[in-house]
Design a protein around this ligand. Structure first.
Ligand code: PBG
Length: 327
């Protein structure tokens, strides 16, 4: 083995050209997904106070934003709906005239090339804010599956290209796969929120999607942040049930999970760079404490280096601009 002074690690760090030549990790806008919030309650777009730079759109104005996103080179969006009416069973989640079903039709009409992925979860649609139906204060698993499968099917029937179940009920990937297949949608992929943790990093999102639970928390269905092996079981079950892409969420505090999943399985891995991760950087940057671009890119590179193929991020439009300028 040779050592210093024969070996000098700094030789390949001398210039930008050399550094680029030996770089191991790259961000490509082709692998970003941008979340979009669509509200039925608004007459015009509205800024989300907890997420600077992010808005809630109306069913008609979301098409303008989608065109901007597509023109920036971002290939895909992930839709979240805020309905006017909420009830115990989240019925607005699976009606033909629901906010998301209408938005999908608009998007596919005005921006057909953009890949439309939908979040499948009841929490934005239930008056109690939980991701499944409730009986005797318990979030019922098997009853919720029927509604989630109905919701996924109605999204695909409206024109969605992919569905992303985020509810964390047991068995939902299998039920959704069966339902889609039985209705002629065997080609529609499922991106499963497989290792989704009960995280406080979702705080700003719940403000944006008006989906905070009205009692208790999500710890009886989302994962315990202390567990890593359990995440591999979750992923494995989703693969068996038919997931095409598996997701780890959040990303920043769970990079070990991203790496483990990537090493253990041979299917694409997505990571969700969630609202709290976004807002932390935005807030510190607004105070002038950090360089927003550099910190955001460093975090996203970290997520990639850990093993994520796909990144879902509120930074996607900025990343598109930053990558164009080759900075
Ligand atoms: C719905 C859902 C949540 C997020 C994505 N889908 C919130 C939650 O589980 O409470 C969080 C996204 C983010 O924080 O950016 N279940």
């Amino acid at each position: 083995m040779t050592f210093f002074p024969t070996v000098r690690m700094r030789r390949t760090r001398q210039t930008k050209i050399l550094r680029n030549l030996v770089s191991e990790t790259h961000l490509s806008i082709d692998q970003f997904i941008y979340p979009l919030f669509i509200s039925e309650e608004l007459a015009k777009p509205q800024e989300i106070a907890t997420m600077p730079g992010i808005k809630q759109w109306t069913i008609t104005t979301v098409t303008e934003e989608a065109k901007r996103i597509y023109n920036l080179g971002i290939p895909a969006v992930l839709l979240f709906g805020i309905p006017q009416k909420k009830d115990a069973f989240g019925s607005q989640a699976y009606t033909k005239t629901g906010v998301i079903q209408k938005a999908i039709k608009q998007l596919k009409k005005h921006c057909p090339e953009l890949l439309v992925i939908t979040d499948v979860c009841l929490c934005e649609y239930t008056n109690h804010g939980h991701c499944g139906v409730i009986q005797n204060t318990f979030i019922q698993n098997d009853q919720s599956l029927k509604l989630l499968a109905k919701m996924a099917l109605s999204h695909v029937q409206a024109g969605a290209d992919m569905v992303a179940p985020s509810d964390m009920m047991d068995g939902r990937i299998g039920d959704i796969r069966k339902t889609l297949d039985a209705n002629g949608f065997s080609q529609t992929p499922i991106m499963a929120y497989s290792a989704k943790y009960a995280s406080s990093f979702y705080g700003p999102f719940r403000e944006a999607a008006q989906s905070a639970p009205q009692f208790g928390d999500r710890k009886t269905y989302q994962m315990d942040p202390r567990n890593a092996r359990e995440a591999l079981r979750e992923v494995e079950l989703d693969i068996i049930e038919g997931a095409d892409i598996v997701m780890v969420k959040p990303a920043m505090a769970y990079m070990d999970i991203i790496q483990k999943v990537k090493q253990a399985y041979n299917l694409p891995v997505a990571a969700y760079n969630v609202s709290g991760e976004y807002s932390l950087i935005k807030a510190a940057a607004q105070k002038g404490w950090i360089d927003e671009r550099k910190v955001a890119l460093e975090v996203l590179i970290g997520i990639k280096r850990a093993g994520a193929d796909i990144i879902i991020s509120y930074f996607a439009p900025q990343v598109a601009e930053w990558l164009k300028k080759d900075v």
